[in-house]
Ligand binder design. Structure first.
Ligand SMILES: NC(=O)c1ccc[n+]([C@@H]2O[C@H](COP(=O)([O-])OP(=O)(O)OC[C@H]3O[C@@H](n4cnc5c(N)ncnc54)[C@H](O)[C@@H]3O)[C@@H](O)[C@H]2O)c1
Ligand SMILES: O=C(O)[C@H](O)[C@H](O)COP(=O)(O)O
Length: 376
């Protein structure tokens, strides 16, 4: 069995080698000839899997994407060809939630503000939006959720309208799939009119797909509204963000919000498990045996910690300033955006760090945010 896999898929050899010959490829530039004799194709978000890519292939049985988003896959075409498909829903949700929370802490430090005094609106209350809500509520921050689709399905959480989020939230974080059709389509969800509705001093974060914000309109808006702060992990026209936009962004990163080691490994593992089920072979590998131990074994806490100390704790696991700094140097170099992603030093999730309570302080809220604890 020939398994063609994106080279940026950690643990693909460890998981798939026993099932067939694994050939690693550059997913951004994959050609129909390269996949002509593939039985299994494993991709990431940079590969458009469609009629054109599969035009020379007659053998394909399974396509897997080690990602949450599926907007790069022509699902109707795979169904037409009777090719099994799996994505990896939720694989990197914790990483995205922690990324957005980390960015908020960083902006709070830069603006000398207290997050607990702010209201955060989350657009899209699925896996990544809920992961962010978990961190925010763990820290005691008021959250407004907007998700008309889940609301219509009877999800028991409280939801508000998009208009209410825009008029009431001090911080808005976007967590929707990219969709181009229907009443709830998300393409340019944040257009000129919605951007103009943002509260004075609002912060806008996008960790889902670049085209959920009209980036040209964002440039024009931000040029008039210095008070608004922006965190962008995703960009219209990746891998080439608009040059005028980058200097206007407070925290800029190259689509790596989901790039925790755990998140990427979970994505590969989920595809392995699904392929095993498709081939009716037993699953005999697990996440725990793949992940290395964390270099910091534990951190002792002797007293209550404040927001700045929490920021330091978070930075010890993931320092978002490193990604932002590298982005500004590298994004405009040819191939720079993808190189940053390929060479990204995998960060760990908060749960990799164990906290030991040496005092009588209340640290349960830190476990609610996601850190591990002794005797938790
Ligand atoms: N930056 C990254 O590295 C990264 C990582 C993971 C996922 N993503 C992107 O984030 C997206 C969301 O991921 P997820 O795991 O939360 O997906 P999910 O499917 O679990 O949740 C998405 C939610 O958005 C809701 N939604 C759809 N249209 C909406 C609209 N118009 N308004 C409000 N809500 C709407 C859906 O009902 C759903 O509950 C993915 O599709 C992917 O494109 C990016
Ligand atoms: O949809 C997703 O899961 C993310 O956007 C994913 O983490 C993007 O990473 P890529 O597949 O491009 O490596």
């Amino acid at each position: 069995m020939k398994i063609i896999a994106d080279e940026n898929m950690p643990y693909v050899q460890e998981l798939f080698a026993a099932l067939g010959e694994v050939v690693l490829v550059d997913g951004r530039h994959l050609s129909p000839e390269q996949v002509a004799d593939a039985d299994v194709l494993l991709v990431r978000s940079v590969t458009a899997v469609n009629k054109e890519l599969l035009s020379e292939n007659r053998a394909l049985q399974f396509v897997g994407t080690a990602t949450i988003g599926t907007d790069h896959i022509d699902l109707d075409y795979l169904t037409e060809r009777n090719i099994s498909f799996s994505s990896a829903p939720g694989c990197n949700a914790t990483a995205v939630g922690e990324y957005a929370f980390t960015a908020m802490l960083e902006l709070a430090r830069r603006t000398n503000s207290q997050l607990k005094n702010k209201t955060v609106g989350i657009i899209g209350a699925g896996n990544t939006g809920s992961a962010l809500a978990k961190c925010l509520r763990g820290f005691g921050i008021k959250v407004l959720l907007n998700d008309p689709l889940l609301q219509a399905q009877g999800d028991s959480r409280d939801f508000v309208s998009l208009d209410q989020v825009i008029s009431e939230a001090d911080i808005i974080s976007l967590h929707v799939p990219l969709t181009k059709l229907g009443v709830h389509k998300t393409w340019y969800l944040f257009d000129e009119a919605r951007l103009n509705g943002l509260k004075p001093g609002a912060w806008l974060l996008n960790c889902c797909r670049g085209e959920v914000i009209n980036n040209r309109a964002l440039i024009e808006f931000k040029q008039q509204r210095e008070d608004v702060r922006l965190v962008l992990d995703v960009w219209e026209g990746e891998p080439s963000p608009m040059d005028e936009l980058v200097p206007l962004v407070d925290i800029a990163t190259p689509h790596i919000a989901g790039y925790s080691l755990e998140g990427k490994a979970r994505g590969t593992l989920m595809l392995y498990e699904q392929l095993c089920r498709t081939l009716s072979v037993p699953v005999d590998k697990s996440l725990a045996e793949l992940l290395p131990s964390y270099h910091l074994q534990s951190v002792s806490l002797a007293s209550e910690i404040n927001q700045m100390q929490l920021t330091s704790l978070v930075r010890s696991v993931y320092d978002i300033r490193d990604d932002d700094e590298l982005f500004r140097i590298s994004y405009s170099v040819p191939g720079g955006f993808d190189q940053m992603r390929k060479n990204h030093r995998h960060r760990r999730e908060f749960s990799a760090l164990t906290l030991v309570n040496r005092g009588q302080c209340d640290v349960n809220w830190l476990f609610n945010i996601g850190f591990s604890g002794v005797g938790q």
